[in-house]
Design a binder for this molecule. Structure first.
Ligand code: ZN
Length: 430
């Protein structure tokens, strides 16, 4: 049995619990015991892993299109509509399944290196995304996309294929499939309803974009006389495990509907800022008890896959929006990237360092000029959120298996991947 010791351990719960001089025991890929060293059970035969820094839960990225690493930085500065039409869609039209698998492998390795052990993915070729994640040793909830694009099968066939894919998967906790209808402005409402019913029937995550921009809601309101959440409720989309990305432009009535149906939110502050979509009502969502997790969104619209940096931005924007420095604490910001995000996915096996959860662990080297001084335990969370970031991650384990050592992902050849991503991106750019 591996026994990890660390000078401090961050649980990843809403209360912001930090344990000083901590011990964490792993049995069969799960956390068996966690707590202060002074109270740890005797374990003379344990294999000791003594960490000089801080131990964190593997971070959970609640919204991503990670294979878009192939398009990182492309179309910089263009407004959204031109960015899609002139840059993204022509490239995506040339995309092959191999492109997706290579890009996902690279992005998965990048996320692991950044301390992100689980991501929710919505992109083409979900089976190849799953294969990539298995090769790096990470975890993903892969929402099979439903999108009416030229060259893709009819939406009803896409939905049936998504349900079939989910049925054929072993529940080993590394890959879970969900259903990912893109959004209410791209997928017809009856299809969204069918997707919602299928997700509920099979216990799958239903993941879609909601109210990302002001215009998308205004268009639907003009056409149907109802907001996006009202339309989704009226068309039987809600209920079960629904995870709505962005939710920037929601009013009080919409948030009430989210409460009524227990809709979870993937909050994407970096992408919303880069694309000037707006600031989501994060504090209001949390005060209503909504489940919220942080998402990077795709690397074409963030562009980093650095969830700790996004936790800082979430706190900054929440405070600016409320003109109140108490609007979001460092502890809450970290929780949104860990335990809060796991709850948003409906995955109580992830996101926190607690007995019974999977042993997804991140070691941060605390011997860093940016991490002093540490007085009380709260300083650990404060430093992680306000002066931390991906650069401080040294080691990562997923299910007790080490996948990052010395700040490098050890399950892939990162340099070979980098060159392959560059070559494929150049071909796709045409
Ligand atoms: Zn998205």
């Amino acid at each position: 049995m591996p026994r990890f010791t660390a000078s401090a351990l961050v649980v990843g719960d809403r209360a912001g619990t930090v344990v000083r001089d901590a011990v964490l025991d792993v049995v069969d890929g799960s956390i068996h015991w966690v707590g202060p060293a002074a109270e740890a059970p005797e374990a003379p035969d344990a294999e000791r892993v003594e960490l000089p820094g801080w131990l964190l839960p593997g971070l959970v990225n609640a919204h991503s299109h990670a294979p878009m690493a192939l398009f990182r930085g492309q179309g910089e500065g263009l407004p959204l509509e031109r960015w899609l039409r002139e840059v993204m869609w022509p490239r995506e039209a040339r995309l092959t399944p191999d492109d997706v698998e290579v890009a996902m492998t690279a992005a998965s390795a990048e996320m692991l290196r950044n301390g992100v052990t689980t991501s929710v993915e919505m992109y083409f070729h979900p089976d190849r995304i799953a294969a990539a994640v298995r090769s790096t040793g990470a975890r993903a909830v892969v929402a099979a996309p439903l999108l009416p694009l030229p060259g893709m099968p009819p939406l009803e066939e896409q939905l049936a294929a998504a349900v079939d894919l989910a049925a054929g998967v072993a529940a080993d906790g590394h890959v879970e499939y969900g259903i990912g209808p893109h959004a209410a402005y791209t997928v017809p409402l009856p299809v969204l309803g069918a997707a919602g019913r299928a997700a509920r029937e099979h216990g799958l995550l239903l993941h879609l974009h909601v109210a990302e921009t002001a215009t998308e809601g205004a268009d639907l309101l003009a056409r149907h006389g109802a907001s996006v959440p009202q339309l989704l409720a009226a068309h039987d989309v809600l209920g079960g495990r629904v995870l709505a990305a962005h939710c920037v432009h929601l009013d009080d009535g919409d948030l009430e509907l989210w409460q009524e149906y227990d809709v979870a939110v993937a909050h994407c502050p970096a992408s919303n800022a880069k694309l000037a979509s707006g600031t989501a009502p994060l504090r209001e969502m949390l005060d209503r008890g909504l489940r919220v997790g942080l998402g990077t969104d795709g690397p074409a619209s963030n562009d980093a896959l650095d969830l700790l940096a996004d936790a800082r931005l979430a706190a900054q924007l929440a405070r600016l929006r409320a003109a109140d420095a108490t609007a979001l604490s460092a502890g809450e910001a970290f929780w949104l990237a860990s335990g809060g995000a796991a709850a948003a996915l409906g995955r109580s096996d992830l996101g926190e360092l607690a007995a019974g959860r999977r042993a997804d662990l991140v070691h941060v080297d605390a011997r860093d000029l940016a991490f002093e001084p540490v007085g009380d335990a709260g300083d650990v969370l404060s430093h992680l959120v306000w002066s931390g970031g991906a650069r401080c991650v040294r080691e990562v384990w997923v299910g007790g298996r080490q996948v990052v050592g010395g700040g490098v992902c050890t399950t892939v050849d990162a340099e070979a991947l980098r060159l392959e991503v560059a070559a494929r991106a150049a071909r796709l750019a045409g």
